[in-house]
Design a binder for this molecule. Structure first.
Ligand SMILES: [Zn+2]
Ligand SMILES: [Zn+2]
Length: 260
């Protein structure tokens, strides 16, 4: 496929995933289930229209950057300069799963360290502030990055295919995982059960509360999928556990018009 075709195809594919994931999350959390899920809203106010418009505009610009980096990565794969393999994806089902888990761990590590770097004052002012203009983000903030941050985020495409031997289908599964987790982290609702934080799973997994606090307070909670780096480096916000318990401990309000 010529470069321009792959640029167009990859941009549209990423745009479609973003619109479907963020659109479903937006419609569920702020329309269909707004009242039913109100007790799980981490920040009480809804994101403003201006916030959503800005998040959409920056996300569209990021999609162009992702398309460009994606198309360059695709050319590298075609030239044989990657560890992508073809054929039956399930010939080695164990490795198929392991390659996805490894890519998720690689992305989580890449995100944590580059995110901390982007919180250095100069880099923050120049680059990362765009993402932090949403102090109460909506699902549409998932890709709301300055173009330079979009390049840093998109670097996971070449990193993954250069470092992890994987089938293209495993890469697609990873991409679905990343947009789903990313959108959930910006939807502003805590969907995990209250017991999670006291379990080993809660020590491992990141939560929407963790990322909502990052947007609200600007400091601490730098992780993406896992809470491991934040725990190891002591960068969880000191109020994280208390906030999670407060949000997940609220009772669901009774319906305003109970059936007769
Ligand atoms: Zn940040
Ligand atoms: Zn964010």
């Amino acid at each position: 496929m010529p470069f321009l075709h792959s640029l167009l195809a990859i941009t549209l594919e990423n745009a479609l995933r973003y619109i479907v994931a963020a659109g479903i999350a937006w419609w569920l959390a702020f329309r269909w289930c707004r009242a039913r899920w109100a007790h799980r809203k981490i920040v009480s106010a809804a994101p403003s229209r201006a916030d959503v418009r800005r998040e959409l505009a920056w996300s569209l610009s990021s999609l162009l950057v992702f398309g460009l980096v994606g198309a360059l990565t695709y050319q590298a794969v075609r030239a044989g300069s990657s560890r992508i393999y073809f054929g039956d994806p399930f010939a080695d089902a164990g490795w198929f799963v392991a390659s996805i888990v490894l890519t998720i761990a690689l992305h989580d590590t890449w995100f944590y360290w580059t995110h901390r770097w982007m919180h250095r004052p100069r880099v923050f002012r120049l680059v990362h502030r765009v993402h932090h203009r949403s102090t109460n983000p909506s699902p549409w903030a998932a890709y709301a990055f300055h173009p330079l941050e979009a390049v840093v985020q998109a670097a996971i495409f070449p990193l993954a295919v250069l470092l992890v031997p994987m089938h293209p289908l495993a890469f697609v599964v990873f991409m679905v995982w990343q947009i789903t987790f990313n959108v959930l982290g910006h939807t502003g609702h805590e969907y995990h059960p209250r017991w999670l934080l006291d379990s080993w799973l809660g020590k491992l997994l990141n939560t929407p509360t963790n990322h909502a606090m990052h947007h609200e307070l600007f400091r601490g909670n730098y992780g993406l999928y896992a809470n491991v780096w934040d725990r190891l480096l002591g960068t969880n916000h000191p109020d994280y556990a208390a906030r999670f318990r407060a949000v997940t401990g609220r009772e669901r309000a009774a319906p305003s018009n109970p059936p007769a």
